[in-house]
Ligand binder design. Structure first.
Ligand SMILES: [Zn+2]
Length: 777
């Protein structure tokens, strides 16, 4: 027998299900040209795609699908990994998952149990949504290789009992951006520093905060083509944290958990997270933490929690991109909720300190993913049953929930309404229309009104996003400072979009249609966007958007809004501002939200080359002053207001400057504003609106002749907070949220909030568009 035949026979004997592997399973190194985890080596996206295609060609356990293309036009992949038998019956499994996910289709519980008994668990493993978390470029290759090449009983159980859908990167563009940047800077003083641009064209690090607004292509591909089709029960998302804390975080998450998440899912997260930690400790990995730093409040990162799946976040300690770091034990730093130098119940085996490399990162990430897969494989029935039970409870309804939400069509902004309906459709929430008129209390609604009955599989998504909620008042100790939430505390879509949604306690007295699909929204900024088909020409307003090399995320979102709504603009880097003469080229210049220090100082000259280092500096500040003096409009967003006030000596005081969080705190909340609709910046606005407030300023005028307050917070402190969390509302009661300040022949518009917040706050976009439009000269 030839040696190759011996190998074939051995492979056959150990293989999962019948057919032999087609050809030798390629290692990641054979395609990349280096082993993942080699110090100072990263990859771009092309070789990652090549590897998974090679794996698909070689292994009948692997099937690659291209879901579409990214924002920058490269392939977006999902890799299905399971036993050959499971992969051959994927169409049947897809049908089974749909029936299990919607108990209305399979009301017979015995039939559902039989179906569940022969259906594998579906696991979605996603990676490198954040592109400077570079271990995530490689860990998916390691996991896929082990599953394709492995032959032990654990691997067999995983392949037989589950279908893994592996998304090697949720942001392939960022793999290119960071991979190229790192290669360019190797051996220079910049090696290991972050790139001087956002690592997703529009959203940068916010690309994982889009899981309820679905503004970005990549989010929609995953939601529409994976969640909405395969209904995974278990999901894991691979991330990295700072260098000086624990080596790896897994759930349980800290409180608070958003209250619409089914308790069964919370318990599932706790069970799976601690099972992973148990396994890693068994295998000798130290420094594993849970119940620290990360909470489960915002749906922006947790689509799964409203779609019948547990979400396991892993956060592994970082190096300097792929450059090793050395972290002595004594330099490990106490975080908000964990001391990495002390053993505790949620940190049972401290890491001793020392060298930390990309190989360590990949080792921890891969170990956590394999522990998750093996646990799910061994406990398949529990996970299938959990999701089914969650769906049954949702369809049966919760007694303290409304019966339905009514979404009127009259007196609503058509674009905002279409946006809301599109969001609900991406989330697989069914919306129907009333077939006759009906009344809710004294109010009458006509046939054609949208109705969202809550007894449906993904009702919790609708309730979490449609009802404004207050964040619990959590202090570090009684009467002490607030305990910082991990993320924003508000997400009420009716407030952000400016759409009226009415909860209805009981069944409405009208028949309902089948679920409807409404036409997708189209976006156009009135008076700013060019007419469709019009020849290119001078825009109505010549708009410049400041684009710092520090790459603030708000700049990206502003660009996304302008590109989406058809607003012409030109990006302005530091050197272009410093060169002066802005008045000849622009009517308005926008400073996106970023710290005054970042605007003035920019990137450090010690770390970055001269062409990127330094911010506006004195020449840039002078150029902006001349621009406004000469009749231009400077529009400052949120944090940039403090820069504009001090750099241009505006007669405006930020009344919140220097207040400690015990006196005032609002970490991502929606506040009520009262709008002066006689001002041209507020044209077309309702008399009351909202402000997305996230550590923002609030204004007091020192010169009523030069300063006009366009929007202010209500005079009564208890009327200010609409959703989220705020301490010390009295400090901003009656103060300005939006101000126009005359300066020379021009003006400065100060937005003390983010009018274009993450592309979601359609309610306040008209204020921004008006501020731009009224800059025309
Ligand atoms: Zn991350």
């Amino acid at each position: 027998m030839r040696w190759s035949m011996v190998v074939s026979v051995l492979l056959l004997a150990g293989a999962v299900d019948a057919p032999a592997q087609r050809r030798p399973i390629p290692t990641p190194a054979s395609v990349l040209g280096f082993a993942p985890g080699t110090d100072r080596r990263l990859t771009e996206w092309g070789p990652v795609v090549d590897y998974f295609r090679a794996l698909d060609a070689a292994s009948n356990r692997v099937s690659v699908r291209e879901l579409g293309t990214t924002t920058n036009g490269v392939p977006f992949l999902a890799v299905f990994i399971s036993s050959p038998a499971n992969l051959l019956r994927l169409p049947a499994l897809r049908d089974a998952q749909r029936l299990l996910a919607d108990p209305r289709l399979t009301p017979d519980s015995a039939a559902a149990s039989r179906l569940a008994a022969r259906t594998p668990a579906f696991v979605l493993l996603t990676s490198s949504v954040h592109s400077t978390e570079v271990g995530g470029f490689f860990a998916p290759m390691e996991v896929a290789y082990r599953l394709a090449a492995g032959s032990g009983p654990d691997i067999r159980t995983v392949l037989d009992s589950s279908v893994l859908i592996l998304v090697p990167s949720l942001n392939p563009d960022g793999v290119n951006i960071v991979g190229r940047w790192y290669a360019q800077t190797l051996g220079t003083s910049t090696e290991g520093a972050g790139p001087p641009e956002l690592y997703h064209r529009y959203t940068g690090h916010d690309d994982n905060r889009d899981w309820y607004a679905f503004t970005q292509i990549e989010t929609r591909l995953v939601v529409d083509s994976l969640y909405g089709v395969w209904h995974p029960q278990v999901t894991m998302d691979i991330h990295q944290q700072g260098s000086t804390g624990s080596r790896l975080f897994v759930p349980p998450y800290m409180d608070p958990v958003e209250p619409n998440v089914d308790p069964l899912l919370v318990q599932g997260v706790n069970a799976l997270g601690t099972a992973i930690a148990w396994r890693l400790t068994t295998d000798g990995l130290t420094g594993v933490s849970f119940f620290a730093s990360y909470d489960a409040w915002t749906p922006a990162r947790a689509f799964q929690h409203y779609h019948g799946a547990v979400r396991i976040l892993t956060e592994t300690a970082s190096a300097s991109l792929a450059t090793p770091v050395t972290i002595p034990f004594d330099s490990l730093r106490v975080g908000d909720d964990l001391n990495p130098r002390e053993r505790s119940w949620n940190f049972v085996a401290p890491w001793p300190g020392g060298r930390w490399t990309i190989a360590d990162i990949i080792r921890y990430q891969t170990a956590a993913a394999m522990a998750m897969l093996e646990h799910v494989g061994r406990n398949r029935a529990d996970w299938v049953r959990m999701s089914r039970r969650v769906a049954e409870r949702a369809v049966r309804g919760w007694t303290d929930w409304p019966y339905a939400y009514v979404i009127p069509t009259a007196n609503q902004d058509a674009t905002a309404l279409a946006t809301l309906l599109a969001i609900l459709r991406h989330a697989q929430v069914e919306v129907r229309t009333a077939l006759g008129s009906f009344a809710v209390g004294p109010e009458r609604f006509f046939a054609g009104t949208y109705v969202l009955p809550l007894r449906q599989p993904y009702a919790s998504f609708a309730r979490a996003l449609l009802e404004p909620r207050l964040y619990p008042d959590i202090r570090q100790y009684p009467g002490g400072p607030p305990r910082r939430p991990y993320d924003a505390t508000a997400h009420a879509l009716p407030l952000l979009l400016g759409v009226r949604v009415v909860p209805v306690p009981d069944s409405i007295g009208a028949a309902l249609s089948a679920p409807v699909t409404s036409p997708p929204p189209s976006y156009r900024a009135l008076g700013l966007a060019a007419q469709p088909g019009a020849p290119p020409g001078r825009p109505f307003v010549r708009l410049g958007l400041y684009r710092s090399h520090t790459a603030p995320i708000d700049e990206g979102w502003t660009r996304w809004v302008f590109d989406t709504w058809g607003v012409p603009y030109e990006s302005l880097v530091d050197s272009a501002v410093r060169a002066g003469g802005l008045g000849g080229r622009f009517d308005a210049v926008i400073l996106p939200s970023m710290s005054p220090r970042a605007i003035v100082e920019g990137l450090s000259a010690r770390r970055y080359p001269a062409r990127l280092a330094g911010g506006l500096g004195a020449p840039g500040v002078q150029a902006l002053r001349e621009f406004v003096d000469g009749g231009g409009t400077l529009i400052a967003l949120d944090d940039a207001c403090d820069f504009a006030i001090s750099a241009l000596d505006l007669p405006v005081t930020n009344v919140l400057a220097g207040l400690p969080p015990t006196d005032f705190y609002a970490p991502g909340s929606i506040l009520r504003t009262v709008v002066d609709t006689t001002d041209s910046v507020a044209e077309g606005m309702p008399p009351q609106s909202v402000a997305w407030f996230e550590g923002s300023p609030a204004f007091e005028s020192r010169d009523p002749l030069r300063v006009r307050i366009v929007a202010r917070y209500p005079a009564r402190p208890d009327e200010i907070l609409l959703s989220g969390w705020m301490i010390g509302g009295g400090n901003i009661a009656g103060r300005g949220a939006l101000a126009e300040v005359r300066l020379g022949r021009g003006r400065v518009v100060l937005f003390g909030f983010r009018p274009q917040y993450r592309g979601q706050s359609l309610a306040t976009l008209p204020l921004l568009f008006n501020a731009i439009r009224t800059s025309a000269r």
